[in-house]
Design a protein around this ligand. Sequence first.
Ligand code: TLP
Length: 348
Amino acid sequence: MREADGLIDLRSDTVTKPTPAMRQAMAEAEVGDDVLGDDPTVRRLEELSAERVGKEDALFVPSGIMANLVSLMTLTGRNEEVILGDQSHLYTSEVGGLGIFGGVFLHVLPNLPEGTIPLDSLRSAIRRGVYTPKTRVISLENTHNRCSGAVLPLEYIQQVAQLAQERGVLLHLDGARLFNASIALGVSPAQIAEPFEVVNFCFSKGLCAPIGSIVCGSRTFIAEARRTRRMLGGGMRQAGVLASACIVALQEMVERLAEDHENARYLAERLAEIPQVRIDPQRVQTNIVIFEVDPSTGWSTPALIEVLKKQGVLLSQSGARLRAVTHYGIERPHLDRAVQVMVEILRS
Ligand code: TLP
């Protein structure tokens, strides 16, 4: 744990390290060549994952970005487009890979602060004309990273699904933090995933596995996705050593995400007490806290991150704002200390 070194690492839930149970499972994992279909542990993880989200099959991939690429490159062809939000991870943080590798047009619409894309904008954006790319997929993100970890309401997802069905468009979910959404809504991940053709989620964020994400969909889709993964160089050989940790993540680490959510809300409320901080704690529904410091203080976001780091508190930048993410190993005293450091810096 970074916290043991005296550092309070709130940059991301990706900094979590494998638990002792994961390390033991990794050491003992039964493995084979997964590209040849011989790794029983990977197969088991794929079956368990598909079952958890109510899909027929699943495919293990190394990262969330590759999960997005595999999903969307399999769903689309050239001359087609994916509609997605201007605050989506796919658009802001994946180096434009979908456009570059997939030859797919990224049709970007503004996200509202709650992570949704208004239904009317979606409706008028879908296109089929001779002059335009053909809209093939709408991609949503849940929870929404840049929108303070917002959870998309089930009702909204249903409305988008109805529109997609009416207009013959497919739905993809970047569910990197799908289990955070399910815990926050108090519904199963399968309920959230139900209207989406394809859903991906990550084991290597709040669930603490060292590496790994998964793409879930129909059996025929996953067979095709396997070819896309191969094309991207994402086929892994004795990947059971990784999949074994992901199985532990699924079985043991989901319920505790609720603690991260409570801690994030606590942090947001404490930050809101600092006069120079701008934050609405009500927006914090899961484990991501995004806030600003009044520019009249003279502090820029990068300068604040630098000075906080010198005091042992690590934050990251989300757009122009500051981001703190709660996770396994972060407890209230760490958050109190982080807030105290922030108060001292802003007072000086
Ligand atoms: N997000 C990371 C950074 O890249 C910002 C983080 O620290 O939050 N989808 C979503 C919604 C994500 O938040 C991320 C990672 C990914 C995809 C990509 O996952 P990886 O990093 O495994 O490729």
